[in-house]
Design a protein around this ligand. Sequence first.
Ligand SMILES: [Zn+2]
Length: 267
Amino acid sequence: MLEIGTQTHPLPHQDALYVLLHRNQVLVEQDNLFLIPFTHFQPNSKMSAIYCGQWQGQDVFVCRFESVPKGFTEVGLRELLFLQDQDHYLLLSRAHQLSTWDRDHQFCGRCGTPMQEKHIAEHTKICPTCNLRHYPRISPCIIVSICKDDHILLARGLHAPKGKFSNIAGFVEAGETLEQAVAREVREEVGLEITNIRYVDSQPWSFPHQLMVGFFADYVAGEITPAPGEIDEANWYHIDNLPHIPNSATISGQLITHHIAHINNKK
Ligand SMILES: [Zn+2]
């Protein structure tokens, strides 16, 4: 497991492991290995490395390359995340999110001065002119599995491939609680009223910096009415006869599987 730790962040060094990125791709060695020892690549002088934490006693940094160095292959972040166990998934998500934060917060959003990174025990960028601080951005999103007797609701977004269904999900609005966001998204996307909204699990989703917060809920009232321009199709599916659902590495796939087990246990 990655230890995020509370000690002052070290500077990059030769005994550390590195996660190397090129655009939104991850650079891997044979067998999709993405934790790269320092001796396996040529650091470039403009490269900035961000500290991620300790992995099995070794410091881990993430850095971006402007081109693909010799001996490495590019793999899509999503594809690589789906191959990981939970600990590697969280490590890779964190590395990608910290690197995105670093790339996207080079200048002060208030006065435009180049930001300075503080080498302290947390990730902070400080504007030397107006003292504005930036921390890594995390955007909460709700995702909810809704049941009605032994059926669950699955929807297909406008851009999802035909036959591929998932849960209702959406960003939490400013000033809203998680439960309010769940009820609102369900009302907006499929026109249903729900109750008994309860937290189940969460998962970082690094595209680019969401934290998916997963819930179960029960149907109360309403006819399914897909939101035009957002949901192409939504239906109640019997738990023994589901369409294609998301990969089990995703919180969506896990919520559906857990919900089915939960409904079966109640029978
Ligand atoms: Zn400033």
